[in-house]
Write a protein that binds this ligand. Structure first.
Ligand SMILES: NC(=O)c1ccc[n+]([C@@H]2O[C@H](COP(=O)([O-])OP(=O)(O)OC[C@H]3O[C@@H](n4cnc5c(N)ncnc54)[C@H](OP(=O)(O)O)[C@@H]3O)[C@@H](O)[C@H]2O)c1
Length: 232
């Protein structure tokens, strides 16, 4: 069964991710945004969070270290643990990410991979104590991946936490029940910086219906909470 899915994002007034902020002057701004986001995440307290490969690369900077010899690793999945307090799920279709330890901030790492990933990469993940799920087709089937993870890891509530393309893909697939956007008091206005929702040429306005559930201000950050349903 599909778990409840909340998409949680922090945005500037102009809907940007914050990925374009750079330089020494931005350091305090970036960490203040990070603290606000983490506080919201902790308040939400999901069983698992899901992010994309680019965001994942900011959290794990290890390089490739496949074992010299290995038995054929299991497909489609390997779960190193099934009783973690929380799980960090990363969409890494081509297996570009490597890990020095099996957790990020204490949350057990589960990597979602495409069918073309090499056995040596799966063996590396398993040797590092990292869990993985390989999708059956060329593209990761988000609905079925979510169902398998919820069943195998007993997930009731999952937070999709960016970046914009990942959020867009989950919304487009009709998998998101609720969106929470934290409006950070900043106008980024960096030309070309990605937004918190990206869903290609068609976008999402014609597909989704949002119902405002609450709007409150906490420490200068506006929390917007919407229920999400598919149109038609
Ligand atoms: N403001 C916030 O609340 C917030 C939250 C999270 C992250 N961020 C920031 O956002 C930035 C990164 O965002 P981003 O949009 O550039 O990248 P991202 O979403 O972190 O990662 C994108 C990558 O994830 C993989 N991916 C995405 N959708 C997929 C799908 N449907 N199926 C399979 N794989 C998929 C692809 O990997 P491949 O390229 O390997 O195919 C894609 O290039 C970072 O700077 C991060 O700090 C901000």
């Amino acid at each position: 069964m599909k778990p409840r899915v909340t998409c949680l994002m922090l945005s500037s007034l102009d809907g940007r991710l914050g990925s374009g902020l750079a330089g020494d002057g931005a350091k305090e701004e970036i960490s203040a945004r990070g603290r606000a986001f983490e506080a919201a995440h902790d308040e939400l307290s999901p069983d698992a969070w899901i992010i994309g490969r680019v965001t994942g690369a900011e959290m794990s900077r290890a390089t490739a270290h496949p074992p010299a010899a290995f038995a054929a690793p299991p497909r489609p999945h390997h779960f190193a643990t099934r009783d973690a307090g929380a799980y960090g799920i990363i969409l890494d279709p081509s297996g570009k990410l490597h890990f020095a330890k099996p957790d990020i901030g204490g949350d057990h790492v589960v990597v979602l991979l495409g069918a073309g990933v090499a056995d040596s990469h799966l063996a590396e993940l398993a040797a590092d104590g990292v869990s993985y799920l390989v999708s059956g087709g060329d593209e990761i089937d988000l609905a079925s991946a979510l169902e398998v993870l919820a069943r195998e890891l007993k997930l009731d509530h999952v937070a999709v936490e960016g970046g914009g393309g990942v959020n867009g893909a989950f919304l487009k697939a009709g998998l998101v029940d609720e969106v929470i956007v934290l409006i950070w008091p900043s106008i980024n206005a960096i030309t070309g910086e990605r937004t918190i929702f990206e869903a290609g040429e068609e976008g999402l306005a014609a597909r989704l219906k949002l119902d405002l559930r609450s709007c409150e201000a906490k420490d200068g950050v506006v929390w917007l909470r919407y229920g999400v349903s598919m149109r038609g």
